[in-house]
Each structure stands twice: as structure tokens, then as C-alpha cells.
Unconditional design. Structure first.
Length: 324
């Protein structure tokens, strides 16, 4: 028997563009330690496992209009509160499960980035970047240069599930002027990011008259083609901002767990996966993404992410795993 044990969150920053889960049917013969119905050999193998940790770069517009009123605060502070509130902040809640970084861009240079690299338990670094960016010289919206810079940095790094989340209240323009609409340039940069395996999501902050920009950026961020539009968020108050970040981070934290060996894909359905001793249903509660990764899905994933202490997840396969 092959027993795979997932003991806690041994996390390492990483990212990649997700691929869809794969489902496999039952083997057509009896499976035991001697062999299956086809006569193949089975040997017990213990595999070390590690939950996949996403790297999430929080790219934040530092233009002057971000200081405009937005409910009972302003747009910039609404973003800061959504990320860093001591109880409900997205970074505060998830910093042990995701490697968060932040980059506030301004037009002091082309652009100037007040940034902190993606690391685990980085609420302090995100706070410093946002605080320093908020005290900067807010003028124009050089989002094109900011996206280019962040994509270059993320693409050069290693790991899986790299994602950029942009919060902005307008279309990109120049470092020294509000003239011009550089939507097409920004979309091209996001398309490049997607090709490099970097996901992208966008939150508009009261973007009246610029929903076309939000839609184009959202589509480029997930590679949407054929007339199918991706989701974007256009927040109109602080509660909307928090809801948007929650929805995006929930997508990125997708309950994947890797193994340091290879699962026999043809026998995936012989697996028994349990969370804290409770059996989970194949394809309903868990799937095999590839020969080195399983993923909790549905309510099993929701419960896994909501737990203060990560549940012990175990997987037992009757046959077909190997060490490299």
C-alpha cells in the first residue's frame, strides 16, 4: 500500500498558471501489493508532500485620484484596510498560506515602485510598502511601466502560481501627463505575463467610464478568448474592495498539494484521501491535477482554507507510485 501524508503547511513561495484537473476511471482489475489484474508489480512507497504556496503581488495605483473620497474613507485607504485590517485583512488572514508582496507605483519616476517582495508572513512588508507609497508624490498613472517591472521580476523567479492583483481607479496614462489612454499597451503587458505563467486580476475603484479597460485587462489576465469574458471587480466602496480581494485570493488559494514522487495516473481512482480521518469522495472532494499533484475541491477545499490549523490530509493509493 502507498500512503501519502500531508502534515501541516510546509510552505514555499511559488506560482504558475493553473491547468485543469484530470479525472481517471477505475482500473479494471483487482489491485493488491502483488499486482493488479494486468499483472503489473506494486511496491509500497512513502512520498513526502508539500502544499503549493502561491506568490501574490499586490500592485496598487498611487495616482493622485486614489486620495479621492470613497465612502467613509478614500480609495487608497480602502485598499490598505482591505489588505491589512487586524481582523479581516486579506494579508493578515492568509499570510501563512500565501507569499504576499506589494508594489505601489507613482509617477515620480517612470514608474517609482514602493515595494516589498513576495514572502510568507509578510504583513509587515506589505504595510511598509503601502505606507511609504501613500506618503509619495501622487500624480499620474503609469500602470504600463509598473506592470512591466513587476512581470519582469516575477518571471525571473522560481516557483508556482505567480499572480498579480492590480487595484486602480483609472486607465493608464503617462509618467508626466494625464493625456492619452494606454489601455492597449497595458493589455499587451498582461498578455505577456499570462504567457510567462503569471495570472492577473484587476479591481476597479469607482472606475466610472472605464469598464472597457477593466474587461480587457481581466480577459488578458486569464487568457480568455472566443468572446468569453473573464470576471473583473469594480468596487464602489470599502466593503466592495474587501469582497473583491477575498474573491480573488480564494481563487488563487486552490488547495493543491504536491508529492515528491509520481502517482500512477491510470489508478488515481484507487486512492483514498482523508481530511483529519474523514474520507473524501474522489472527483467530488479531491482530484488529481497531474502525476505529482492532488487538489482538494468543493467543500473540502473550503474547509481546508478556513481551518486555523491545517487539517491532516492523508492519501492512500493501492498501487503505482514511485520515487524519482
Amino acid at each position: 500500500m502507498i500512503r501519502l501524508t500531508f502534515s501541516g503547511l510546509l510552505l514555499a513561495a511559488g506560482c504558475m498558471a493553473a491547468t485543469g484537473p484530470h479525472y481517471y476511471g477505475d482500473d479494471d482489475g483487482t489491485v493488491d501489493n502483488a499486482g493488479d489484474g494486468g499483472g503489473s508489480s506494486c511496491t509500497a512507497v512513502a512520498l513526502t508532500t508539500t502544499p503549493v504556496t502561491p506568490a501574490i503581488m499586490l500592485l496598487i495605483d498611487g495616482s493622485g485620484s486614489m486620495g479621492d473620497g470613497f465612502g467613509n474613507t478614500n480609495k487608497y485607504n480602502a485598499v490598505a484596510n482591505a489588505l491589512l485590517d487586524s481582523t479581516t485583512g486579506i494579508v493578515t488572514k492568509h499570510q501563512a498560506r500565501a507569499a504576499f508582496g506589494a508594489a505601489v507605483y507613482t509617477s515620480e519616476q517612470c514608474p517609482r515602485l514602493y515595494s516589498s517582495s513576495c514572502t510568507l508572513n509578510n504583513a509587515g512588508g506589505v504595510d511598509t510598502a503601502i505606507t511609504n507609497g501613500g506618503n509619495a508624490n501622487h500624480l499620474y498613472n503609469p500602470a504600463v511601466e509598473a506592470i512591466t517591472s513587476v512581470v519582469t521580476t516575477l518571471a525571473a523567479g522560481t516557483g508556482q502560481h505567480k499572480t498579480i492583483v492590480l487595484a486602480t481607479d483609472g486607465v493608464p496614462n503617462q509618467c508626466n501627463s494625464n493625456a492619452g489612454d494606454r489601455t492597449d499597451e497595458a493589455v499587451a503587458e498582461v498578455t505577456t505575463a499570462f504567457g510567462d505563467g503569471i495570472g492577473f486580476y484587476i479591481i476597479g475603484l469607482g472606475n466610472v467610464g472605464s469598464t472597457a479597460y477593466l474587461q480587457k485587462m481581466a480577459n488578458a489576465g486569464v487568457g480568455a478568448t472566443g468572446g468569453t469574458n473573464a470576471t473583473y471587480w469594480d468596487a464602489n466602496g470599502p466593503a466592495d474592495v474587501t469582497a473583491a480581494y477575498n474573491a480573488i485570493v480564494d481563487k488563487v488559494l486552490d488547495c493543491e498539494l504536491t508529492v515528491d514522487g509520481t502517482i500512477d495516473m491510470a489508478r488515481a481512482s484507487t486512492g483514498t484521501v482523508k481530511s483529519n480521518g474523514t474520507a473524501l469522495a474522489f472527483m467530488t472532494d479531491w482530484v488529481v491535477r497531474d502525476a505529482h499533484t492532488i487538489q482538494l475541491v468543493g467543500s473540502a477545499c473550503t474547509e481546508y482554507k478556513a481551518a486555523v490549523t491545517a487539517p491532516e490530509v492523508t492519501a492512500t493509493f493501492a498501487c503505482g507510485a514511485t520515487k524519482p
